[in-house]
Design a protein around this ligand. Structure first.
Ligand SMILES: Nc1ncnc2c1ncn2[C@@H]1O[C@H](COP(=O)(O)OP(=O)(O)OP(=O)(O)O)[C@@H](O)[C@H]1O
Ligand SMILES: [Mg+2]
Length: 265
């Protein structure tokens, strides 16, 4: 498939964190792009700066984290030139996110239906029965069958895989075309991992979403990514189509990651 328009463009991103009172650069000169209908993987060992990159795009670096340099474009919007308010508005409308630990990301005291409903109300302005119908449809789209029954259940009554599908339903309520997924299957059982990966593939192929998929697992990259960026010590050390990087990894580091992935299979 020909990739669509650029949903996300990152240029020359540099991020620092305060560690023991000193700013330490943890991401250096990272540039990447995600287009509609594409899964772009960001892979690298633990601590290589994958999450810092994702969090900076989401405006969620938190205390002590700072973007020192670079540009982040969401479509035509230069996020680093936006007011805080505009950033928050664009984030809600144009970026959806799912994280590693879906169980903890959900409110334990609220039914999953209600949580999806709140996301629908926030993003669509729908109310009453129309909002409820939309929430049920989102559950179906996220692969939650039997949505009428699940609607009234609490997160602890669901498996990790189902909780991740609830997170996907909440993400889909925003109608954003870009999904940022930080290790979305790492905390799940192997059998469920494959189902969630299938769901991401479907969102790309059938709905044309662009997905930035963060992982440390080359098996996952091989399964479904189109392009891959390999990170090490805060830098992109290699990038290209998955086919090229797999066939001809230029860096010894990439070869090591690859052989680690094939060793477990
Ligand atoms: N809140 C923080 N305060 C200080 N340093 C941080 C903070 N968060 C991350 N770092 C540092 O930034 C670097 C990049 O971390 P990051 O979380 O982006 O790695 P990662 O590639 O996502 O790793 P993992 O695969 O373990 O999730 C690491 O050296 C880490 O110690
Ligand atoms: Mg991380």
């Amino acid at each position: 498939m020909t990739p669509g328009r650029a949903l996300l463009t990152v240029n020359g991103l540099q991020i620092s964190y305060h560690q023991q009172g000193q700013p330490v650069t943890v991401v250096h000169d990272v540039s990447l792009q995600v287009r509609a209908g594409q899964i772009v993987a960001l892979i690298g060992e633990s601590g290589s700066g994958k999450s810092a990159t994702a969090l900076s795009i989401l405006g969620l670096l938190g205390h002590g984290g700072r973007i020192e340099q670079g540009e982040i474009w969401l479509g035509e919007h230069n996020l680093r030139r936006c007011s805080k308010r505009e950033y928050a508005r664009l984030r809600g409308k144009m970026m959806a996110v799912i994280f590693q630990d879906p169980m903890n990301a959900l409110n334990p005291l609220m039914t999953v239906g209600k949580q999806i409903l709140e996301s629908v109300k926030r993003h669509s302005g729908l109310r009453g029965q129309a909002a409820r119908r939309s929430a049920l449809q989102l559950m179906q789209r996220a692969g939650l069958e039997n949505s009428e029954k699940l609607y009234h259940q609490y997160p602890f009554q669901l498996s990790g895989g189902m909780c991740q599908r609830v997170m996907i339903a909440i993400a889909l309520a925003s109608e954003s075309r870009l999904l940022i997924a930080d290790e979305p299957t790492t905390a799940l059982d192997v059998s469920v991992q494959a189902q969630i990966l299938d769901e991401l593939r479907r969102l790309r192929d059938e709905e044309g979403l662009g997905i930035l998929l963060i992982t440390h697992d080359f098996g996952v990259v091989a399964e479904l990514a189109d392009e891959v960026y390999v990170m090490r010590d805060g830098r992109i050390v290699e990038s290209g189509s998955v086919y090229n990087v797999f066939e001809r990894p230029a860096q010894a580091y990439t070869q090591e990651l690859l052989s680690a992935a094939t060793a477990v299979d």
